[in-house]
Design a protein around this ligand. Structure first.
Ligand code: ADP
Ligand code: MG
Length: 255
């Protein structure tokens, strides 16, 4: 979609686990069509924020607005269908299914056929299956996995598994894509490929929130960066500005 305007607004989000404030009154505003980096030392609340945004955790207080509607309180499935897709910090694929099948799982929401239709192989089922396979092929091509379409996910090199996860998330046709440490464990060439794909996704108008430990990656491809430390937002702005921020430097040196 076109750049400009707020797509997501997390408003004074508090996420408490017992006595621990994993997120302490965090405000996060993500503009349409941007890559928004979310960084911070280990345990600062980044993954917790993703889990709040995707409905896995219900915030203790505060609210999340997406495309003008309050989504905090909705189920993860509702939020996913509403346009927010994600990948996980640890790869979560169906290992014994092929790359194509993993993407088809993500495409299930587009099916209108009933179980009865499927058993009878009605024309609608045949049509939908063909359309889904074409779309899966297009998605695999987009993430550079065409030649590996029929490989079982568990047999793919790790870097390719991460790209497949992104492909599966794209199958949801999201407006917002959340990536939780997509470069973790990748080789330098894999990281370059990943960065090119993230840019391509953004150029298709999909807004991205990027959690990443590799500073060079976040600082190179983010339009805006938000920094968390101990559950609180300590800095926000353009990459160059955030990198030079004393609080940010101290948080990383201390952590
Ligand atoms: P990050 O992703 O920035 O490394 P997390 O969001 O995973 O950090 O964790 C932030 C803090 O919240 C950590 O102290 C973590 O132990 C705690 N935490 C996260 N999830 C839970 C949970 N489900 N129950 C209890 N504590 C949690
Ligand atoms: Mg994390």
């Amino acid at each position: 979609e076109a750049a400009g305007g707020t797509l997501l607004h997390a408003n004074k989000v508090l996420m408490q686990f017992g006595g621990l404030k994993a997120l302490n009154q965090v405000d996060l505003v993500v503009e349409r069509g941007t890559v928004h980096g979310l960084i911070g030392p280990n345990g600062s609340g980044k993954s917790t924020m993703m889990n709040v945004l995707t409905g896995i955790y219900k915030p203790t207080a505060g609210k999340v607005e997406f495309a003008g509607a309050v989504i905090s309180g909705r189920s993860p499935a509702q939020i996913a269908l509403g346009g927010i897709a994600r990948t996980f910090q640890n790869v979560q694929l169906f290992g014994e299914m092929t790359a194509t099948e993993n993407v088809l799982v993500g495409l299930h929401h587009t099916f209108r056929s009933t179980v009865g239709d499927a058993m009878l192989q009605t024309p609608r089922v045949v049509r939908e299956e063909r359309a889904a396979r074409e779309r899966a092929a297009a998605i695999l091509d987009f993430v550079g996995l065409s030649s590996l379409a029929n490989e079982e996910a568990r047999n793919l090199p790790y870097g390719k598994q991460r790209l497949l996860e992104i492909g599966r998330a794209l199958a949801l046709d999201p407006r917002l894509l959340l990536l939780d440490e997509p470069a973790a464990g990748l080789t330098a060439p894999d990281i370059r490929e990943l960065m090119a794909i993230i840019r391509k996704i953004r150029d298709h108008g999909i807004t991205i929130i990027l959690i990443e430990h590799h500073m060079d990656v976040v600082m190179t491809i983010s339009d805006t960066v938000t920094v968390l430390d101990f559950g609180q937002k300590i800095a926000e702005g353009a990459p160059a500005q955030v990198q030079a921020d004393r609080k940010v430097i101290e948080a990383y040196l201390g952590g």
